[in-house]
Design a protein around this ligand. Structure first.
Ligand SMILES: [Zn+2]
Ligand SMILES: [Zn+2]
Length: 192
């Protein structure tokens, strides 16, 4: 495939190439104020689901006097693009992140992981109705549905967030009901 071999001050920094139908572009970027001079080698990579994703092979700032060379070559071996920035979510209750759990269920400004759902459900199965780590008082509200403690059968809390037994049951459906493809985060809707 056709590829770009990039050198900065004579030193090779990257070899990048794309296959049909992907594309690649090299951009030299200069802003006057604040002064910023940088070089970026990026591309548009076709995904299996028919979407395209922007990736970068190289992003680096340049100084006055730097010499940038791009040689166009034919090569079957090229560098992988830089890893895409992964968005890390974390559970509002236990603070475990995307890399540590399988799934999240999210409400408005609150998110719970599959581990917490399982842990809290275990407590209800054992007949427990009390909170977990923090104190839950009568006026405390579920962070998902906003119902106060007095209106629900059980409420669980962690990290100053709370979830009632009804929301937990809905999360259970989300986590175990239909393990829907890669959807790591499923929003809770009121008509769920
Ligand atoms: Zn959690
Ligand atoms: Zn609730």
């Amino acid at each position: 495939m056709m590829a770009f071999e990039v050198f900065v001050n004579g030193k090779k920094v990257c070899t990048a190439g794309v296959r049909k139908p992907d594309l690649m572009d090299a951009m030299l970027w200069l802003t006057a104020e604040p002064r910023e001079l940088s070089f970026r080698l990026s591309g548009l990579i076709h995904q299996t689901d028919d979407s395209s994703e922007i990736v970068n092979w190289l992003k680096r700032s340049l100084e006055i006097g730097d010499e940038l060379t791009i040689r166009v070559i034919e090569s079957e071996i090229v560098d992988d693009p830089l890893p895409r920035r992964q968005i890390l979510y974390s559970c509002s209750f236990c603070l475990r992140n995307t890399l540590e759990v399988e799934k999240f269920i999210s409400g408005k400004g609150v998110r719970i992981c599959n581990v917490c759902v399982t842990d809290f459900l275990k407590i209800t199965e054992n007949g427990g109705e009390q909170d977990t780590t923090d104190e839950v008082s009568a006026e405390d509200r579920c962070s998902f549905c906003a119902k106060p403690r007095v209106e629900v059968a059980a409420m669980f809390s962690g990290n100053d967030r709370r979830i009632c037994d009804c929301c937990l049951a809905r999360c259970q459906k989300g986590v175990f009901g239909d393990a829907r493809r890669n959807g790591k985060v499923r929003p809770i809707h009121d008509d769920d």
